[in-house]
Design a protein. Structure first.
Length: 139
């Protein structure tokens, strides 16, 4: 069976429509992933950084279970929205929670966190067994 040009054109139109719908849905999901987080690793530590401008340390909760760290809390609006009507709103407000899998085993008793100039930094020291070891080749 041969397909004519109009059949291929219709298939291509449907493919573009599906791609457009998926792309807009993904953008909508990505737009609500707060806070943006980076994960770094050094010889001795795993470092998590999160951009949290205008967030107080009292509104942030950090928990670690097994190999997943959870950053959660609340971002409040800077303007009383009962008194004002938003014309444009790009800064998120509300409750958030983000989970990140930690790639190494860390010392749960030595974790530290700091929130400085809107950047949350969580330092997770690796346990000795998880640290990179260099093996010397003998003769």
């Amino acid at each position: 069976m041969f397909w004519d040009y109009s059949s291929w054109k219709e298939i291509e139109r449907v493919r573009r429509d599906v791609e457009k719908a998926l792309k807009s849905r993904c953008s909508e999901i990505e737009g609500h992933k707060y806070p943006p987080i980076n994960l770094y690793e050094s010889k001795d530590n795993v470092i998590v950084t999160a951009e949290m401008p205008g967030v107080s340390r009292d509104s942030v909760t950090i928990t670690l279970t097994n190999d997943i760290i959870i950053v959660s809390g609340k971002v409040t609006a800077r303007v009383d929205e009962k008194e004002y009507t938003a014309i444009r709103r790009e800064r998120a407000a509300g409750i958030y929670e983000k989970q990140i899998r930690i790639p190494q085993t860390v010392d749960h008793n030595a974790i530290s966190a700091a929130l400085v100039n809107g950047i949350l930094t969580i330092t997770l020291p690796k346990i000795e067994a998880a640290k990179l070891k260099q093996i010397v080749i003998s003769e």
